[in-house]
Design a binder for this molecule. Sequence first.
Ligand code: ZN
Length: 413
Amino acid sequence: MKSWAEVYIPPIYSAITFPQLNLYNTATQSKEKLPKKNLYQMYVCGITPYDATHLGHAATYITFDLINRYLRATGAQVDFVQNVTDIDDPLFERAKRDNVDWSQLATSQIELFRGDMVDLHIIPPKDYIGVVEAIPMIIESISKIEKSAPTYVVDSDLYFQVHSDSDFGKRSHLSDAQMFEIFAQRGGDPSRIGKRDPLDALLWLNQRDGEPGWDSPFGKGRPGWHIECSAIAMHYLDDGLDKQYSIDIQGGGSDLIFPHHEMSAAQSKAISGKEFARSYVHSGMIGLDGEKMSKSKGNLLFVSKMVNEGTNPMAIRLALIASHYASDRMWTSLLLEDAQELLERMTIALSREEVAPTKPVIEKIVRALSDNLDTPTALEAISLWCDETLKGSKGGEAGELSRAIDTLLGIAI
Ligand code: ZN
């Protein structure tokens, strides 16, 4: 599937030293320094295209864009892959509700999503893969699981026995009872009669009336959600060189920790015999004015709508990184106003001929980002530099700081 347009990344002041990126790993519940490498593999779960980008999506993709930007600035290559869940229950339900063809709905929302990513300055993935186009590799992955791990059929639907992975549940740190509850809330089927274990994951769903189906050795139907990401990530990213992990970073919002990432990881392990990701990284949820933002509440704010109404996408990006990526946080009009105000001060300060010293502030930004993407500290350093500059302090080079802010934070002034 076509990715989106490249984002220009200016060269950065070369004398800077980049500490190893220290990231919080959900699986180990601790901050871990990524080892120094020339090539990192990062997989970030994409949207189900019944809607385009709401602010929660934007926050997630900005988080992994910051990781991508930091690692690239150190001189490394980042192979970044993202999927589009263009076959899924919510997509079929929305298409049915609106009486539109599901594939046309998906195509229109994916196009909108690409535009939002460009507006938000997200570096595009090297491979942007829809599930429809990945069916052959998903079938191949399921066939491999059938050979290496226990699977079984319930009314023509194929399941994977998740507890065949002895680490199942350890990445999300949940008990079986907690997993049961969350699984039911997030589209799982723990109460289905005939399952050997309530948590077992659906690999292949037999074709239902009015839904698309593809021929496979397991019957005509479609893949389950979790196997899609295992198959796509391993196909496009696992070069087989690392004997311990398939990829370096598995990313997404914290609502994907369970069941999605736990199940994808268990299935990948059944295929490869190794742990799926070195690091499982999750961004927090974005609420609106004190409430959880969700499709059921109908209070989602969409990036494209805000931009069409005149909001500068750079102000949206700045507002979303004003708090730490891992924290659940609220979107308010005040947050956006503060971001717009900072953006304006940055624009004025950076356009001055004489500016406050810039090397120390660039070093502060780099240090803050290296510590689990501490964007609030980075922005505070920029804000103080603006104050110093506007008070008349001299000795810096505006272009140097402007390029660093663009390269590292994705904020183009
Ligand atoms: Zn995924």
